[in-house]
Design a binder for this molecule. Structure first.
Ligand SMILES: Cc1cc2nc3c(=O)[nH]c(=O)nc-3n(C[C@H](O)[C@H](O)[C@H](O)COP(=O)(O)OP(=O)(O)OC[C@H]3O[C@@H](n4cnc5c(N)ncnc54)[C@H](O)[C@@H]3O)c2cc1C
Length: 356
């Protein structure tokens, strides 16, 4: 193990949009910090389906007051946003330790000791304060059914092209499933959707996507198997059961299976540090004025602050001010520029998150 015995003022863990926004705030005020990401910056966006547009409008995604240029005044894609994040890093020359996952956190002196595991190495760092900006999408929600790990089954939708002129069963009924179904059908796939509920819910599918999907189902171009759940996956077919358990099994022939069943964060660092995780959502306990958790000196930022949220209560656009609150707690001043969505008086639906 290599040791870095310097004590940093702050360690930021996670270089998604909000970790990077905080990094710019600290850089601007000259705070000595160190910043890690387990993979590359913006990693969560790198596995989005190719050419997926944000549902957030562009001005709400801008970080640290740096505008996002575009020539179409429409929503931008994940790829465009990654290019923007790279430009922000270049503009402020942000120091980054990418591909260096933080594996352990422990109290040390007046702060914390972090153990990182880049490739075959192990390193140790000291920091007075730690910010966990680790997101909430580390793992797919597994169904834990036989066949889930077969090669024609995936939790990640990569590209509609993969399914051209092939049969695809999509499992799920929220926005990502609906969007995947439409994109794959338009790319020439034969698409069926299995959803555990009897119908799609306007609260779970974007208002501009739902009518398109319902029109295709009505026209018979996309097939819908309502109130069904997969119970077994085999090469060439999936066995579906009625969601209420009442009725015969269905054998559905398919070439590929896309499990759009959502994602959840990895909370091991929070647990290790002794952060209280509350309710079904396992939301970390924190002071909404500063984002400091019940562990003094340990902060949460970005979507990680909502716990294992299922319905995206926190997005980029309502997390900008996490960077502001943490920067203020550390430097004593509100940063000179943040994302422009909410304004500094915006308050998180904190009690609601914690109550869930
Ligand atoms: C298809 C799709 C569409 C979406 N559309 C939108 C949208 O329109 N608007 C919106 O706001 N959000 C959208 N989201 C969600 C969006 O991805 C998140 O809101 C955003 O990424 C959260 O930013 P963050 O900085 O909080 O966390 P993340 O971007 O998730 O960043 C967390 C980072 O932490 C790193 N990390 C995790 N653990 C460790 C560790 N132990 N050590 C070091 N690094 C670690 C990860 O590698 C990652 O880079 C969408 C998501 C998907 C999948």
């Amino acid at each position: 193990m290599s040791h870095n015995e310097d004590t940093y003022e702050v360690a930021i863990i996670g270089a998604g949009p909000i970790g990077l926004e905080l990094a710019v705030c600290l850089r601007r005020t000259g705070v000595r910090y160190i910043h890690f990401d387990a993979r590359q910056i913006g990693y969560t966006l790198t596995w989005w389906p190719r050419n997926t547009s944000f549902f957030s409008t562009t001005e709400r995604l801008a970080i640290a007051g740096v505008p996002i240029p575009n020539n179409h005044q429409q929503r931008i894609t994940g790829e465009e946003y990654l290019a923007y994040l790279r430009a922000v890093v270049e503009q402020f020359d942000l120091p980054l330790h990418t591909y260096e996952p933080v594996a352990e956190i422990a109290p040390a002196g007046e702060g914390f000791a972090l153990t990182t595991r880049p490739l075959a190495d192990e390193r140790r760092y000291l920091a007075r304060r730690v910010v966990l900006a680790i997101g909430d999408m580390e793992y797919p929600h597994r169904l834990n059914i036989p066949g889930e790990d077969l090669p024609h089954v995936s939790h990640y939708f990569r590209d509609p092209h993969d399914y051209f002129r092939r049969r695809l069963l999509i499992v799920g009924g929220k926005n990502s499933a609906a969007e995947a179904a439409l994109r794959c059908w338009r790319a020439g796939a034969e698409v069926t959707i299995s959803y555990r509920r009897p119908q799609f819910d306007a609260g779970r599918v974007k208002h501009w996507i739902l009518p398109d999907l319902l029109a295709q189902i009505e026209a018979g171009t996309i097939r819908f198997l309502p109130a069904t759940v997969p119970v077994e996956i085999a090469p060439g077919h999936v066995v579906l059961a009625p969601a209420d358990g009442d009725g015969p099994l269905i054998r559905h022939e398919t070439d590929f299976v896309l499990l759009n069943t959502g994602f959840r964060g990895d909370q091991r660092l929070l647990e290790m540090a002794g952060v209280e995780l509350r309710g079904d959502n396992r939301a970390p306990a924190f002071d909404p004025a500063t984002m400091e958790t019940n562990v003094p000196g340990l902060f949460v930022a970005g979507t990680a602050a909502a716990g294992v949220q299922q319905r995206y209560r926190l997005f980029i656009e309502n997390c900008h001010e996490h960077a502001g609150k943490i920067a203020q707690a550390i430097t004593g001043r509100w940063p000179e520029a943040l994302g422009n969505a909410a304004g500094r008086n915006y308050e998180l639906p904190f009690e609601q998150i914690q109550a869930n």
